[in-house]
Design a binder for this molecule. Structure first.
Ligand code: GLN
Length: 191
């Protein structure tokens, strides 16, 4: 059986932990830094990190349009934390240029400086088999005003933390840091 090749954007941030999570579900992680790296990939992860730095890298490497084209071709894309910010239609609180691939507003660092990082379980009633998922948040954004095409799969304290629009998933937390493969499996579940 050939392994499923899944790209992880490697400009800055959490490449290694996502790569390890992908290996755990039997996929082959591929480092993405150039447009040609997208060739032959089944799916793509935009990791957490610093969305300001990552967005500058996307501009420098001329990756905005290739990443948009990749997602619009129907292949699954998962953005986590800074990656979710980059997927949003609009970014608030020190805006960065985003890809506009998920119809939601991302508010950066919305939990404030008092609460830098924390872990919390999803509220009861999470969809897509995600009941009981524990989420690790690190200087996390909040997502608000999801458009009509956006499905909220999981919430924490009532706020959306995992949303899906077609083949795009945006998580405000770090599924790669929890020993739970469900979010990465969800990325590859659609086909
Ligand atoms: N605070 C970061 C940002 O706004 C995101 C943090 C993360 O990805 N863990 O870009």
């Amino acid at each position: 059986m050939t392994q499923r090749r899944v790209g992880v954007l490697a400009i800055q941030g959490d490449f290694e932990a996502h790569a390890a999570a992908l290996v755990r579900i039997g996929a082959e992680p591929v480092r993405v830094l150039h447009e040609k790296d997208l060739d032959g990939l089944e799916a793509l992860v935009l990791p957490g990190g610093e969305s300001t730095t990552i967005s500058k890298g996307l501009a420098r490497l001329a990756l905005y349009e290739p990443l948009r084209a990749f997602a619009l071709s129907g292949r699954p894309v998962l953005g986590t934390c800074a990656g979710a910010i980059l997927l949003a239609r609009e970014v608030e609180n020190h805006p960065v240029r985003s890809l506009g691939l998920v119809d939601v507003v991302a508010v950066r660092n919305a939990y404030g400086t008092q609460v830098d990082s924390f872990a919390a379980p999803v509220d009861p009633g999470a969809g897509a088999g995600l009941e009981g998922l524990r989420c690790v948040f690190i200087r996390a954004p909040r997502l608000r005003d999801p458009g009509p095409g956006v499905e909220v799969l999981a919430r924490v304290d009532g706020a959306p933390v995992l949303v899906r629009e077609g083949n795009r998933l945006a998580a405000t937390f770090h599924p790669e840091l929890a020993d739970d493969p469900r979010v990465h499996r969800l990325l590859l579940a659609g086909d």
